[in-house]
Design a binder for this molecule. Structure first.
Ligand SMILES: [Zn+2]
Length: 494
């Protein structure tokens, strides 16, 4: 039972994993769209002025060399310049985990996750039974039943009205205010319940990744550890941050992924470390993931899913009762599920992603990161996806905003984040905006490509075909800081 519910939680988390790669690789450029207007939501993130300021000077060793930007990490980080390019280390981490002890007290969310498919099965059986009963009913009995329903139509309508009122009252009593943003949301499962479930999930992941976890002595683990602890330290004025013990696990794997469970267990793939250009980008990515955790997005999304599932049980019964054949009922069930995802679950997921982008950027700003690196990361991802040439789903089919919309959203949030950063007495940022540097780099590459084409340069061999709209210059080795090193099977979204 624990295995089932933990798997369900894995599927419901916001950050993609190998099992979610195809589902999460759903982003592409959509210049005409805007992200959800989360930026208008009140955000209470402010600088904890009593926190010690990380004093960093003349630190030339960014996580990936060549960026020339100042660092943001504490002195201990400076004294041991990290490198994310250590040779891969595949060692057993030495942990042995047992989940059986937790079976004694499964949280409510876990119980629901196990019962969810059973509820749907029961609804389908009920609807099918009604259909069989109706078909077997003699014609005169059917007529009598119709007349009975018509005579009591107002009673039945009143009954449905009372049910709606009760349901509305139940929903109203489960309204909650999101920490930091103050957004009103529905929360059926308590944060405590989800923390228990997160502990089970973390253990399952630790078992799954046992052979892939980097040792704590690995420099890549140390880099992530320092960034996470620095984020936690600089945001300790937020109870949801200081109440949690943040634990880092770095997983050896090409997946461009990182995720944080509600109980503070941070998982980062080495693929993500190879993709970020510098420590600023890593801080913003981890800030985004920590924002998911402290905002309780998992519990929130599970709550929405719970309500939708309960409501869909009525619809599901009706589908199985009204469809003349089982095959049509199965098709109707599938269509109903897809419509529910497209109309409710995925837009809601994109809204939470945008909120995590907003809060994560604020957390990173308080940690003195160069928040201007956030849009650059997504620009890199956008180009990486274009170079991969793989088709991507439109945003409305995706659980995540498109890269383009994330760039636009983050760009809009940068001035506010810079103000917050300044109020936290952080070291001054370089005058050169990394967004301008990136744009200029791309522009130079484009011009170089045009010149080469004009001079009838020899065709580039051994490289994939150039997608429409992108020049071959971008495919040249080392033309992009990190994107070109990413394995093409890697998918992204955080
Ligand atoms: Zn996310």
């Amino acid at each position: 039972m624990a295995f089932l519910c933990v798997n369900a939680l894995k599927r419901s988390r916001f950050c993609f994993l190998p099992i979610d790669v195809s589902r999460c690789f759903q982003v592409r450029m959509q210049t005409g769209h805007r992200v959800n207007q989360v930026s208008t939501v009140r955000c209470q993130v402010s600088c904890h002025r009593t926190a010690k300021v990380a004093v960093i000077r003349d630190f030339r060793h960014t996580v990936r060399s060549g960026t020339g930007r100042p660092p943001l990490l504490p002195r201990s980080f400076v004294e041991t310049p990290p490198s994310l390019h250590s040779p891969p280390v595949l060692k057993h981490h030495g942990h042995h985990f047992h989940t059986s002890a937790h079976l004694k007290g499964l949280p409510a969310a876990a119980v629901w996750m196990v019962l969810k498919p059973l509820q749907k099965l029961a609804a389908a059986i009920l609807g099918r039974s009604i259909r069989k009963w109706w078909v077997a009913l003699p014609a005169n009995r059917r007529q009598l039943f119709r007349e009975w329903v018509w005579q009591r139509r107002w009673h039945l309508a009143a009954l449905a009205g009372v049910a709606m009122v009760i349901l509305s009252l139940l929903l109203l009593t489960h309204l909650d205010e999101s920490p930091l943003t103050g957004r009103t949301r529905l929360l059926v499962f308590s944060r405590e319940s989800y923390l228990e479930l997160a502990a089970l999930t973390a253990e399952a992941y630790m078992e799954e990744f046992a052979e892939l976890l980097l040792p704590v002595t690995d420099v890549r683990h140390q880099v992530v550890e320092r960034v996470v602890q620095h984020l936690a330290q600089r945001n300790k004025d937020i109870p949801e941050v200081s109440d949690v013990s943040w634990t880092v696990h770095v997983v050896q794997g090409p997946t461009v992924n990182a995720f944080v469970l509600s109980n503070g267990e941070v998982f980062v793939y080495t693929g993500m470390l190879e993709t970020v250009t510098d420590v600023h980008q890593l801080t913003i990515i981890l800030g985004h993931e920590m924002a998911h955790a402290l905002l309780g997005h998992s519990a929130e999304q599970a709550s929405l899913s719970h309500i939708l599932d309960l409501l869909s049980l009525i619809l599901l019964s009706a589908i199985w009762a009204l469809c003349p054949r089982d095959s049509l009922a199965v098709l109707g069930h599938w269509v109903q599920q897809k419509l529910s995802q497209l109309m409710f679950s995925r837009p809601y997921s994109r809204k939470l992603e945008a909120e995590a982008d907003q809060v994560g950027l604020q957390l990173a700003a308080k940690a003195c990161a160069d928040v201007r690196a956030g849009p650059v990361f997504w620009q890199q991802m956008e180009i990486r996806d274009q170079l991969s040439g793989e088709p991507s789903l439109p945003e409305w089919l995706s659980t995540h905003p498109s890269h383009r919309n994330r760039i636009t959203h983050l760009d809009r949030l940068i001035p506010q984040a810079l103000e917050l950063r300044e109020s936290c007495v952080c070291p001054a940022l370089p005058a050169t905006d990394p967004r301008a540097v990136f744009s200029e780099t791309v522009r130079v590459l484009l011009e170089k490509n045009k010149r080469e084409e004009a001079h009838a340069a020899a065709p580039i061999h051994g490289l994939p075909p150039v997608p429409a709209g992108l020049p071959a210059a971008l495919l040249a080795p080392n033309s992009l800081p990190a994107s070109s090193h990413v394995h093409q099977e890697n998918k992204t979204s955080v």
